[in-house]
Design a protein around this ligand. Sequence first.
Ligand code: F0G
Length: 458
Amino acid sequence: MPIPFVEPFRIKVVEPIKQTTRAERQRFLAEAHNNLFGVAAEDVFIDFLTDSGTNAMSDRQWSAMMVGDESYAGARSFAHFEKAVQEVLGFPFVLPTHQGRGAEGVLFKTLVSAGQCVPNNRHFDTTQANLMALGANPVDLAVAEAADPIRDLPFKGNMDLEKLEQFIVETGADNIPIGMLTITNNSAAGQPVSLANIKATAEIYHRHGIPFFIDACRFAENAWFIKNREPGYADRSVAEIVLETFSYADGCTMSAKKDAIVNIGGFIACRDENLKLKLSERLIIQEGFITYGGLAGRDLEAVAVGLREGISEDYLDYRERHTRYLGEVLQSAGLSVYQPTGGHAVYVDAAQTLPHIPPAQFPGVALANMLYIEGGVRTVEIGSLMFSHPDPLTGEVIPAPNELVRFAIPRRVYTRSHLDYVGEVARIVANSADQIKGLQVTWAPELLRHFIARLAWL
Ligand code: F0G
């Protein structure tokens, strides 16, 4: 039998995890108001809630942390961090932030006013909410294929270039202070964006005088897909592809908790020193001084090492195969897996798996909750609990484009037998799929409701 993947590391530190009984899990979930965000991590056996900040750091990252410089201003650790961002991404100016949404908050509060629009292929939840909290309009313009869970195409995360052009002409560039592109496209099943699309998106924004920022969380996985799927890039190194990617942008926001393989951290990077100075003002109010931005010196050291480890091709090859293997395991267990599998996660189409549950009864939440009850596997719904919203004109609720359940894989954490275990749990759930009921919301806040909403089984 061919070996699906081999981990390019060995394990030096372990963290015990414990199994619970089905009855215990039913109780834990009920106590959490049927919202998996409310379940204690100790009561989860395999945690695929997110790949964000859940990574295993390397021995080199841990040793770099021991020499962190905790000075308030001008720390040596900031210099290491700045140099790594400059070398890997190619931007001259960098401001650390406590995580990705800190970077978004500082950038948007500096550049975006109420009533303005910000296009993206698809905004992730925090990006969307950061804009909505300012009274601005996040606009999603991904290609139509992004919402098609079946067709196996190489770059389903792309921006729809025609729609983008038309949107800018109709809205007026004056009402668009900044244009974004998210790589990989997390809200569209972690699908990559091609370099041709990145370049063309940049060309459209720039022709209309709009600054172009990349939401860069998973830039390394995106570059790996470009190397393997985009004609002309097979012989280019990931490091070169990353530099080309960012060469078209004026800046980026980054959650280092993803492809920089750390547990906390983020940054804004840009080319324009005047913009950096403007952002610095807000950064100091909100995050911290410009050489630490809400992070400890040791965190900056871990990011500096992790950014370089994150673009290692041995690691990225394993990462893609590992994720694809989970997709195969879940598909053969009887779940409908979004095709092709993304970089950081496998997305299951809950609408296809549970066709008897309508979007308004949250099929994704129902499926995720059953995976927890049957085997202690925690996933997250990326569907109508997260993204449905009332139409501003009619008030009618518009469902999310897809009802997905995301199995996000922490980097360097789970082995193949963990993935096989998840497959067995999925099989139990799939075998009684027609018995699963939907849910209703009993309480929820207005913004980012999925995190703390309370639900009840119907
Ligand atoms: N942009 C994207 C595309 C993201 O996926 C995330 C976080 C952020 C921005 C915000 O970064 O968490 O460091 O503040 N996504 C995590 C997830 C939470 O589970 O996908 P953050």
